[in-house]
Design a protein around this ligand. Structure first.
Ligand code: PMV
Length: 361
């Protein structure tokens, strides 16, 4: 069992105030993580595309302070102080003081902003928590020079991201990442995600994932509450088995470039995720009539044109449209003519598989 707690990471020498900035993307799961146990451990393996346009930028400035007792944080979201987010981040930083004890020796000023509306079923926590975790790992490297190796750096950043928000652990890697131990992929772990972009067919490396903002309203049931409800769900055990089986099928489709098998699995997983919400107690529905209408139109478009456009859903009403780069033009026309009218304020985001997180400061 990996244990990152390290009482030696304490600052003993003078240092300069420094600023670190990371941009980290959102990700879209094809096999969904839904249900957890222990300290942010998944009940089943999941795999996602790393996105690009949907991302968070986080900057951390750290200053020396005289007393090393607790976290001292000033947190700004989109330029304004945000007490609710600040409280969450402070609790998160306090929970990882055994891993980064030096955090209690610093005053932290954090600025964070998203390229998309938060809490709209786009994994804003994934990009936000991974961006922050990458900043923390860079701080460790700057102060102690202990994370020089790229793989070790990203594995630790993924581990820390997971503690902040499960699915965030997949966002630190380019292209595609898997999280959760499974026999269908080597070196997988429940503790951190692994990079798997090198295992997939080229067609998936430039895949598109356009996000339809069916509703930008905050979700009525948070993911945290949704995961917790899985504990009493009578379908939980067969679901976890199904996710593992589908993971194996998906790996085959990804390796061979089987777009149809990939798309079928993506849609099945999306609908299973929402079926699990509808079979929770209390039961709830996050899709809206426009989500359903958009699904029907996507499936009809595919049937009548033979263009391999498929959808997936996150824990929210918004559709993610998955398609290969070769059909970009007809899909763009279809979105404009038939889907934009179903989106709140006509909003959608053209996104695609991306290069992963990067440090800009
Ligand atoms: O990471 P969380 O706790 O926000 O859960 C996200 C779960 C899904 O987005 C619905 C699926 C996934 O694997 O990303």
């Amino acid at each position: 069992m990996r244990d990152y707690s390290n009482p030696d990471l304490l600052i003993t020498e003078d240092f300069e105030t420094q600023e670190i900035g990371w941009q980290s993307p959102s990700n879209i799961a094809i096999i969904k993580y839904w249900g957890k146990h222990g300290v942010q451990l998944p009940r089943n393996p999941s795999i996602s595309f790393t996105l690009s346009a949907a991302h968070t930028r986080t900057e951390v400035t750290y200053h020396p302070k005289s007393t090393a007792d607790k976290i001292e944080l000033e947190f700004y979201f989109e330029g304004k102080q945000n007490p609710a987010f600040s409280k969450k981040i402070e609790a998160f930083l306090t929970s990882i003081l055994d891993i980064f004890p030096f955090l209690s020796q610093l005053k932290l000023v954090v600025h964070s902003s998203n390229s998309f509306p938060h809490s709209a079923g786009i994994a804003s926590s994934a990009s936000a928590m991974s961006a922050l975790s990458l900043c923390l790992c860079s701080m460790e490297q700057e102060l102690f020079k202990t994370l020089s190796d790229r793989n070790e750096f990203l594995e630790k950043a993924s581990y820390i991201s997971r503690l902040g928000s499960g699915s965030a652990c997949r966002s630190v890697y380019p292209t595609m990442a898997a999280w959760g131990a499974t026999s269908h992929l080597a070196d997988t772990s429940d503790l951190y995600a692994v990079e798997c972009g090198d295992q997939i067919h080229d067609v998936f490396k430039t895949y598109h994932d356009d996000i339809l903002f069916i509703s930008k309203k905050e979700k009525s049931v948070s993911s945290r509450a949704g995961h917790a409800l899985m504990e009493g769900n009578p379908y939980a055990a067969p679901r976890y088995q199904q996710a593992n089986d589908r993971f194996g099928l998906l790996m085959t489709a990804l390796k061979t470039g089987d777009i149809a098998a990939f798309g079928e699995l993506a849609e099945q997983e999306a609908l299973t995720l929402h079926a699990l919400m509808m079979t929770s107690n209390p039961a709830y529905i996050l899709m809206t009539p426009n989500s359903m209408e958009a699904i029907a139109r996507v499936q009809n478009f595919r049937k009548t044109t033979d263009i391999p456009l498929y959808f997936t859903l996150d824990a929210g009403p918004n559709l993610h449209l998955l398609y290969p780069h070769s059909v970009k033009e007809p899909v763009a026309k279809f979105i404009k003519e038939q889907l934009v009218e179903l989106c709140e304020d006509g909003g959608f985001l053209e996104d695609a598989v991306g290069e992963g997180a990067f440090r800009y400061l």
